[in-house]
Design a protein around this ligand. Structure first.
Ligand code: AMP
Length: 510
């Protein structure tokens, strides 16, 4: 029997089996009225009312709905209300500037856009056929009792388009299907040992690879989900204590902020011997892994993947064979990206690029057939990451082939930052590179050659970038040079430019 996978499977099960259980604890204090504690039965009702609202607005199957919001119960509901009725959710990075958000809304062809009240003024120029501010729930949900039009699930249909910065100046829209979501959520939950006794804390932004798919996995298993709107180490510890949280996902910079907060925390660290923290986005320092185990008493799990792979490709979790190893030695095994998740095949090509094949790999980039063909050439997904596959099947990410900087867990396209700097009249040549940084893993450095007779200061160029792109994409330092190393064909030699900053390090990524 063939039954098409869809996101509705997760919510249907939650409603049937865990209907009375609190499924979502919304952020208590936020600019929109908090939805408070929402049971899974109520979440299912909200999703149906949201679908009915989209019917009322005249949205067809396949139409796009963009939501620009910090983590919230309303955004979480949209994963089911929008995708579960055959429409396509475009969750947008709330840190982007208005023109960046407008590009995504327009490129995706979103007919409806919802923005968080805190962003409303700044995003006044972001428009669509229907534009609403989250919080007035008549705009989001049809009245109770109005039933949505039925949708016949199609597992090959696109459920979400997640825009990600990569090798092009503009972000690309990653089309994730219902089937991608299903396989990612189920294998992730299996490998991370998620059960209905867990309590999940949404530390990851939900827009980023759909919160790595955890909204689906946790819903399907009836796991209560605690929404966190703003990342803060001490607040994470408080929520872990208050809600009995058992697992969370985080980039290394967030793990570091929890460790910082723990240093001044009074009393027993919450969740000792209970919490597991799943880390990805960049390779964490070995020391961080040891500290998580020793100072927090939490289990450290690493995964590796990309927005394009839903994202789970590999997972690294302590196995029984490592139980008796000294902490440092165990950490030296956990520092690797991990072993392939079930159903993932990995390879490393002659140039050292990691290739993957799996049912979690994207359908394609939205309206960019050439980029899609390039990424999927030869029937393998080209990750753009440099890596080494050990004899034991474990992958280590050692290098980056693509021109992307990952700072604090977010991707930044070097080309995009170079474009912005180029638009400054004093800049004649520019190369933007990632350099190691204690806090952020990598931070952005611009190497600039000034035009003849022109002058500009470091502070001026940084401010120029902040005015024109999201703050996290601005360089944190600028170095002025007389010339930049180029190949014979005039191409910038990024590798050469990066080298001095990474010398003596085992990996060329942070
Ligand atoms: P994104 O699509 O924004 O989630 O970024 C994906 C990129 O993050 C990958 O291509 C890698 O470069 C990097 N990345 C994710 N997880 C890891 C990890 N565990 N170790 C090293 N790099 C990682």
């Amino acid at each position: 029997m063939f039954v098409p996978f869809s996101v509705n499977d997760f919510l249907d099960r939650a409603r049937t089996v865990y209907g009375e259980r609190v499924g979502v604890v919304d952020e208590p204090v936020q600019p929109a009225p908090s939805l408070g504690d929402v049971t899974y039965a109520e979440l299912a009702t909200l999703a149906r009312r949201q679908a009915a609202k989209l019917d009322e607005l005249g949205l067809e199957v396949g139409d796009r709905v963009a939501v620009v919001s910090q983590n919230s119960a309303r955004l979480l509901t949209s994963f089911f209300g929008v995708c579960g009725s055959g429409r396509v959710l475009v969750p947008v990075n709330f840190r982007l500037r208005p023109d960046e958000v407008s590009y995504i809304v327009q490129h995706s062809g979103a007919r409806v856009v919802y923005v968080d009240p805190e962003l409303d003024e700044a995003l006044a120029s972001v428009t669509a056929e229907h534009r609403f501010v989250l919080g007035d729930d008549d705009d989001l949900f049809a009245p109770e009792g109005v039933e949505p039009r039925p949708w016949e699930p199609d597992e090959a249909a696109t459920a979400c388009i997640n825009y990600t910065s990569g090798t092009t100046a503009r972000p690309k829209g990653v089309q994730i299907t219902h089937r991608n979501i299903w396989v990612n959520a189920v294998t992730f939950a299996m490998h991370a040992g998620v059960s209905d006794r867990d309590v999940y804390l949404h530390t990851l932004p939900m827009f980023h690879a759909n919160g790595w798919g955890m909204p689906f996995a946790t819903t399907g298993l009836g796991v209560p989900q605690v929404v966190l709107r703003k990342v803060d180490g001490a607040e994470i510890l408080r929520r872990v204590e208050q809600h009995g949280v058992t697992f969370l996902c985080a980039a290394p910079a967030v793990v570091a902020s929890v460790l910082d907060a723990a240093a001044t925390w009074e009393g027993e660290i919450p969740g000792r011997d209970r919490v597991r923290i799943i880390c990805a986005g960049a390779p964490p320092p070995t020391r961080t892994i040891v500290r998580v185990q020793e100072e927090l008493g939490w289990e450290f799990i690493q995964i590796y993947g990309l927005t394009e792979t839903s994202p789970l490709l590999t997972i690294n979790r302590t196995r029984s064979e490592w139980d008796d190893l000294p902490a440092e030695e165990r950490a030296s095994r956990l520092v690797r990206a991990g072993a392939p998740a079930l159903g993932v095949r990995l390879d490393v090509d002659k140039e050292g690029e990691v290739l993957a094949r799996s049912n979690v790999v994207l359908e394609g980039y939205w309206e960019q057939p050439e980029e899609s063909a390039r990424a999927l050439e030869g029937g393998w997904f080209h990750t753009g990451d440099g890596g080494v596959l050990g004899d034991d099947g474990y992958l280590t990410i050692s290098d980056r082939k693509k021109d992307v900087i990952i700072t604090g867990g977010e991707n930044v396209s070097s080309i995009e930052v170079e474009d912005v700097l180029f638009s400054h009249p004093a800049v004649a040549e520019v190369a933007v590179i990632g350099v190691p940084d204690e806090k952020w893993g990598e931070t952005i450095k611009a190497l600039v050659v000034l035009a003849d007779g022109a002058s500009a200061t470091e502070a001026e160029l940084i401010a120029w970038c902040k005015e024109r792109a999201a703050g996290y994409k601005a360089p944190t330092s600028v170095e002025f040079r007389d010339e930049l190393a180029r190949t014979a064909t005039g191409k910038l030699q990024k590798f050469m430019l990066r080298q001095p900053y990474w010398e003596g390090r085992e990996r060329q990524v942070g």
